[in-house]
Design a protein around this ligand. Structure first.
Ligand code: ADP
Length: 164
């Protein structure tokens, strides 16, 4: 059975991420989307909220599983009995970091290979950071994230502004 893990922050999941999830899930028997619960970053959404949003928009993909994890990606990959890490490449600016990560992960575990998907051109400029920034200033994010996700983002930002 071919199992791959797609790790990331997904804060929140975008149409670019979804495109990678769809294409990667068609290649493997099982794709585990791993939502990184990273203490170093302060995310807008909790790991649980991010997991639930991804589950919500990938419900039609039967071989996709979504789980939160913390720690090293390779450890999570081993736990999932996976042999592959999936990552997306938007532009050349992603390349240096992604190459370094892939080489580090492979040096830690020779049983793990990283597969890169190049982004669909119309999603290449989308990032979770841009989505949050546009939403914060009241812009339209419907082109960047699925409708259900957009509703969560606006609600969360509304709550954040009230707290500040
Ligand atoms: P991380 O914090 O690990 O970079 P992200 O959620 O930002 O997590 O991204 C996870 C993966 O998805 C990375 O490989 C990133 O390059 C890729 N990715 C991010 N945005 C897009 C997009 N618009 N299209 C394709 N891939 C993307």
């Amino acid at each position: 059975m071919k199992i791959a893990v797609y790790p990331g922050s997904f804060d929140p999941v975008t149409k670019g991420h979804l495109d990678i999830i769809q294409r990667a899930s068609a290649l493997v028997d099982k794709l585990v989307v791993g939502v990184l619960n990273n203490n170093a970053k302060t995310p807008l959404f909790s790991a649980e909220e991010r997991v639930n949003m991804i589950k919500d928009v990938t419900g039609d993909l039967k071989n996709v599983q979504v789980e939160a994890f913390s720690g090293l990606s390779v450890d999570f990959v081993r736990k999932c009995n996976a042999g592959f890490i999936v990552r997306g490449l938007r532009a050349v600016t992603d390349f240096e970091y992604e190459l370094q990560m892939a080489q580090t992960n492979r040096s830690m575990d020779r049983g793990v290979d990283t597969i890169f998907f190049t982004t669909e051109l119309n999603y290449a400029y989308i990032s979770s950071t841009i989505v949050k920034e546009v939403a914060w200033y009241g812009g339209d994010i419907s082109g960047f994230v699925p409708r259900k996700v957009a509703e969560h983002v606006y609600r969360k930002i509304h709550d954040r502004k009230r707290q500040d």
